[in-house]
Design a protein around this ligand. Sequence first.
Ligand code: ATP
Ligand code: MG
Length: 422
Amino acid sequence: MNDLLPEDSPRWQFFEARIRDLMARYGFAEIRTPILEQTALFARSIGEVTDIVEKEMYTFDDRNGDSLTLRPEGTASCVRAAMQHGLLHNQTQRLWYQGPMFRHERPQKGRYRQFHQIGVETYGLEGPDIDAEVILLSARLWQELGLADHVTLELNSLGSAEARAAYREMLVAYFEQHLEVLDEDSRRRLTTNPLRILDSKNPAMAEVIAGAPRLIDHLDEASREHFERLKAMLDAVGIGYVINPRLVRGLDYYSRTVFEWTTDALGSQGTVCAGGRYDGLVEQLGGKPTPAVGFAMGIERLILLLDTLALIPGAALGGCDAYLVPMDDAATPEALALAERLRTALPDLNLTLHCGGGSFKSRMKKADKSGAPLAILLGEDERAGQAVTLKFLRDDREQRRVAQSELAPALASLLGNTRDGS
Ligand code: ATP
Ligand code: MG
């Protein structure tokens, strides 16, 4: 679990601001749910024999003896909340969420025990148009972040529950002929969740997995048609994709469309966004049958990717524009008032007021450390003349005196210039 330090947070704010804007532009409304749920909710939705439920959840009994779990993902909570508040009765929903998720995994680069996801979930829409729409939303995000050339859309269909059951038998029969190649996990999954074997990252099994029968060749007619129509829609908008018949996703609730956006730039943690259709989940959790499709993306991995590719604009990283220094303690009240006037006049100005006294030298050291390009000095002379001295901290320019009444426009033009130049 990570602390997010002041030097990191501008990147997160940049990313989160983009997301908020994008969701509004696509007509998605935010939902916020508690980070704790009843354990049974996750066991029933994600699936008993998944990595998450078998070995990754943070589960504990509360004071009443109820078993609670820190959410490992957002979809189950979203379905629970939507059902509980009647959001699924004769209406459609387009929702998004963001927040921390918890999984007790082996920590490594791009993989944490508390990580953050942004997800979208839609309810009540069964056609492939909404599948295309959520994929297009994610594609636009990559484009606007400058990531479009660094990610690939992988697409598959898991068909209906019936088609999957028939395929499952075929798959078990195939893997039983190759038992000697299967690792321990996969042998166990042969009886519990054989589709997940296809998802194994064990290189020793790669060949046998590649030779396995493909679900996509055994889809039911309705799912096949849904998939064909989705592909035609993506083709019509010009969104490229590759069909990956081994893409099964690690959670049990998916049906029909599944997709992942992957990148080569992050080593083995290559999936930055993943989702699909889960038409059976609402009913499975006690609601009326409700078609649903959504995805989740991992914020840490995306920010790592943006950093790796140096795609976060310098201006978005913010920072201090000006550091206002009362040159002695007597100047402090006037400096406070001046700072307030500047903040009113220039709402975009990031102004830090020197607090904490100290010698003139130590005040100027703090000014330098603030990273600001400009120090505004207010000493005895300046006060007598209703002025300030502007000192340029980053470039070789003569300091100059400016009347306090002229300060706001002077700052606006000076900072406008440095911002354009950076
Ligand atoms: P992986 O195959 O990498 O374990 P997953 O299938 O478990 O991913 P999902 O549950 O689909 O992942 O979550 C969607 C996204 O959330 C992932 O693509 C990834 O970007 C991010 N994510 C998942 N687990 C973690 C983690 N432990 N730390 C950081 N990000 C994560
Ligand atoms: Mg995982």
